[in-house]
Each structure stands twice: as C-alpha cells, then as structure tokens.
Design a protein around this ligand. Structure first.
Ligand code: KG4
Ligand code: ZN
Length: 353
C-alpha cells in the first residue's frame, strides 16, 4: 500500500453530482459538488429522470475539476470509489458507470460504497480521531436512521423511518406553504426569531421500545392547521411569509428536532454509547445543531456534526468511507451494479457487492 494513498470518489445517488480526492483516510484534497436545485425547484421535489440526465452532463466536468483542484492526475490516484446505493437507480448508474470506466481504463481497484456509510463517516473528515462506540443519526431528504457503531467500520441498524424522512417532511411542509425547494433551509431561516411554541403538534410514539421514526402524521397535522388558518398555497408565493407562517414552521421544526434528539439519546442510553455522530442534509439545521450541542453539555456526550458542506451529499464522505474498504482490500468486481435499496448494517456491516 502506498504511504499516502489517494482515492478518487464519485457520488451521484440523488440530485448532486459530486467528485472528491481524499488522501490518507480523511484528508480532503478537493471536493466538488454540482447541485441540481435549479432543475427540480419548480417541481418542489427531485424528478428522477431529470436528475439522471443532468448527472450525465455533469459527471465528466465534475471529476476533471476535482482532480484539477487537488493538483493531481489519474497517475496519482490509487483507487476509485463510488456510491453503489441506496438512491435513485438512474442517478446511481451514472456514477457507477463513470467509476467503472476510470478503474478499468487505468487498471485501478474499484470500491463500492454505501451512501449511508458515507454519511456516517462524514464527521471524521474534520475530526479523524473520534472515539467508539458511537450512535450515528443519518437524517436527510431520503433517510432518517440510527446506527450503533461499536467499532470503526461496523454498523448495526437500530431504527429507520416508517414513512417520510425528516428532510422529506421539511420539503413537503415548505411546498404546502409555498416556501420553495429545498424546504429545509427556508424553514430553518424563517424559524429564527419566530415563536416555536405557538402550536403543540402531536409526536409519533412507537410500541415495544422501538426507536423507529414517523413524520407523516406530523406533516398531516401541519397541513390541517395550515388549511384551517388559510396558509396553504401549494406554490411559491414570492411574498414575505407572515408571522403566522413563521410560527407554524418554527413549531413544526421544534417538533422534528425534539423527536430526533430524544430518540438519539434513548439509543445512546440503550447501547451505552457516549459518542454521537449526526450527518445528512438536515444536520445543517441550526436549531438541530443547537439542540445537540446543549444535550451534549447536559448529558456528557461527545457530539460531532460536520460543517454544512459535508452534511449534504458530497463525494468527500464517500472517499473517507472508501478508505475503510481500501485498507481491508475489499474491492468490487468491474461488473458490480447499482443497488437502489442497498441496506447498511442489517447483518452487522455492509453486504459484499
Ligand atoms: O443529504 P442530502 O443532501 O440528500 C439526501 O441524501 O437526501 O439532504 C437533503 C435534505 C433536503 O430534504 C433538505 O430540505 C434538507 O436536507 N436540509 C435541511 C437543511 N438543509 C438541507 N433541513 C432542515 N434544515 C436545513 N438547514
Ligand atoms: Zn445523502
């Protein structure tokens, strides 16, 4: 193994085309992300076919830009890593095909990475020395899940959402109120300074000590309240949201944040973990970050939440996760296929490709 191995990583599972060069486990030499928000904004959500087509246009330039920004050529790369799943199959295939082509043409090992393992690994980019055992909360537009990580590279799935992901709930509530897409950043912004105790929304409770999440009941409660108060528009209004809208979204946000923090804490107590990792697009949320910081102080936990550029989808986290496979020489064959519903940690670790 080279003294300072370098991995070229590619991510295209949803609506971001991303490439990164990562050196020596977690050191990011370059991370390039081409967002497609402009493509999907008018639909209020990701349109899979449009996402795949934009990935095809962007993948080449994004990989070239990552190499240029890292000041390396493919001669200086030791392996190619790619998100194999879960995600939108058409989107995944663009990244998988590009990575296979580069690996084949350059005779480099190929590493298939689970997107969720990438998110769990993302806090290590800025804090490589994080200790175990840890509980990881992955909270994004497509996923809301808890994992127990007893050791580096080991994942045990503890909980998932039974319906909507938390980010999906943010996006749907924003769409209902005409606040634009993606909804999370808009709700985060509008909630600052609003009365988050204006409305007491119900919270889903699970039977049998389950740590699973559910956000669709909350979404419906917001819809009923917004309709009763004449606030539901269903399309961008362009105007300045009223105080009533701001109090509504702040109350919704508080409910989501409290649910995420309290459930994560229950998982920590149950598994005896003192380290918490929080990742995925919703981990950008300022209210969520504050809540975890306060909890950490009160409960004696070490909480790690990456900078926003590493919480939303990016390829640096795929490169950082790929190093764990590189060190075990866990390489994928060149006929590896995308797997849109690839699970993480259901049988003690990511399944072999
Ligand atoms: O991780 P990500 O980029 O893509 C997925 O894998 O889904 O997450 C995107 C999600 C979207 O639902 C978006 O609304 C949400 O993350 N998000 C936020 C914030 N920034 C992004 N949600 C709440 N507050 C934010 N500040
Ligand atoms: Zn993601």
């Amino acid at each position: 193994m080279p003294a300072m191995p370098r991995i070229l990583a590619i991510e295209s599972s949803c609506d971001e085309t991303a490439a990164a060069v990562v050196e020596d486990r977690c050191h990011v030499l370059a991370s390039v992300v081409a967002s497609q928000d402009d493509v999907h904004a008018r639909y209020g959500g990701v349109v899979p076919e449009l996402a795949s087509r934009r990935h095809v246009e962007c993948i080449g330039p994004v990989v070239v830009e990552a190499l240029e920004r890292a000041s390396v050529t493919l001669d200086g790369i030791d392996a190619v890593a790619v998100t194999r799943g879960p995600g939108l199959v058409g989107s995944l295939l663009v990244g998988v095909c590009a990575a296979k082509a580069i690996a084949w043409q350059r005779g480099l090992p190929l590493i298939a990475v689970n997107h969720l393992e990438g998110h769990v690994r993302s806090p290590f980019i800025e804090n490589p020395g994080i200790g175990f055992p840890a509980i990881a909360l992955v909270v994004s537009g497509g996923h809301t899940a808890l994992y127990h990580c007893p050791r580096e590279g080991e994942y045990r799935a503890l909980a998932r959402t039974r319906d909507d992901a938390a980010g999906e709930a943010f996006d749907k509530v924003a769409k209902l109120l005409g606040l634009g897409y993606p909804g999370g950043p808009a709700i985060d912004r509008l909630s600052e300074g609003a009365n988050e105790r204006a409305i007491a929304f119900p919270r889903a409770t699970m039977k049998n000590q389950s740590l699973d999440f559910s956000f669709s009941g909350l979404k419906t409660a917001v819809r009923i309240r917004a309709t009763a108060d004449g606030l539901a528009h269903g399309r961008p209004t362009g105007g300045v949201p009223s105080p009533a809208v701001r109090d509504l979204v702040a109350s919704f946000q508080r409910t989501v944040v409290e649910t995420l923090v309290e459930t994560t804490l229950r998982a920590c107590r149950r598994e005896g973990a003192t380290t918490v990792l929080v990742a995925g697009g919703v981990a950008c949320n300022r209210r969520l970050r504050r809540a975890f910081d306060e909890t950490a102080a009160a409960e004696g936990l070490d909480v790690f939440i990456p900078s926003p550029r590493y919480t939303t989808d990016n390829a640096a986290m795929i490169g950082a996760a790929a190093f764990l496979h590189y060190e075990r020489r866990d390489f994928a064959p060149l006929d590896v296929n995308a797997d849109a519903s690839w699970k993480l940690g259901v049988s003690g670790g990511p399944a072999a490709p």
